[in-house]
Ligand binder design. Structure first.
Ligand code: SAM
Length: 288
């Protein structure tokens, strides 16, 4: 185990390495490791390589929770044979995990070829480079994500085709999992630009929050760490297994289904008004 000020390098049972935040007491990718999780949850689930191949114009990724950049660097490595333009906006309120991870690039193993890009991002908040035949621009947006999203300037951010949503768990990091945050995120999307947002949690309260925010929501791929995850999108076509009325019935019985309306972690059964709003969602109301 290697210690930094606020982060530690930890070796997982499968031999790979990941970071642990000492302050939050959370390991970034605790079971299968950063690269395997990024491949399963984001690259394969989003069909990123196929989408990049058929995309016209710039493909835009919002990377929420840059952390140690495993998700972005894995996406870059997996798509490095695909020509095109990629713009990545990475959000976080600290660059410390990335600085720490770069110092431990060798055991982490996913930095190779991208050290210079990461240094540029750390030094100036922007990196422009070629990833094989691909042109990449990678920008860092610093600050509390809900505050940035609520600022009117968020309307000028290039609209995303995909969102990697990778905050700490709702119990530790409730401000990143509120219904108002997901509603604001949905409002920032371009309805004419299909965009999907996978995330590792399959919790009912998250799924209800995403639905009430206006997303279509489906069961997401297993990652080797979780038997099921969640994928939300502004287009039903991007979801292979939409949640159905069977899920709805289970959600109604769940003791943890009411969204977090404020950044405080609580568990509660669904309120009558939440239930009414869910029933009226086009995914369940038959009004598609
Ligand atoms: C699980 S880690 C992300 C791991 C990262 N995606 C990777 O591939 O290495 C969660 C990240 O969310 C960031 N985060 C938590 N709360 C935040 C907030 N309110 N605003 C912005 N970033 C936040 C943390 O600083 C941390 O880097």
């Amino acid at each position: 185990m290697s210690r930094g000020s606020e982060y530690e390098l930890v070796q997982l049972a499968n031999g790979s390495y990941s970071l642990r935040s000492v302050e939050e007491d959370e390991t970034f990718h605790p079971v299968i490791g950063p690269v395997a999780e990024a491949e399963a949850l984001y690259v394969r689930q989003l069909k990123l390589v196929e989408r990049l191949r058929t995309h016209t114009g710039e493909f835009v990724i919002w990377d929420v929770g840059l952390g140690a950049a495993a998700n972005v660097l894995t996406a870059l490595r997996c798509s490095r044979s695909v020509p095109g333009k990629l713009l990545v906006l990475s959000f976080d309120h600290t660059l410390e995990p990335l600085r720490f991870a770069l110092k431990h690039a060798e055991p982490l193993r996913y930095f190779h070829h991208y050290e210079r890009a990461v240094e540029d991002l750390l030094d100036s908040g922007i990196a422009r480079f070629r990833n094989g035949p691909q042109e990449v621009e990678w920008r860092y947006l610093d600050g509390d994500f809900p505050t940035l999203v609520a600022d009117p300037s968020s309307a000028t951010w290039p609209k995303p085709d995909a969102i990697f949503f990778d905050a700490f768990s709702p119990a530790k990091n409730p401000e990143m999992w509120t219904q108002p945050l997901f509603a604001s995120l949905h409002a920032l999307l371009d309805p004419a630009r299909p965009c999907a947002l996978p995330t590792y949690s399959r919790s009912t309260l998250l799924r209800v929050s995403l639905l009430l925010a206006g997303f279509f929501v489906g069961a997401g791929h297993a990652t080797g760490e979780k038997e099921e995850t969640t994928i939300a999108a502004n287009s039903l076509a991007l979801i292979d297994e939409p949640l159905d009325r069977h899920w709805l019935a289970k959600a109604r019985r769940s003791t943890s289904a009411e969204p977090l309306w404020e950044p405080v972690y609580t568990q509660a059964r669904m309120s009558p008004s939440t239930w009414e709003r869910l029933l009226a969602h086009p995914q369940f109301s038959g009004s598609l």
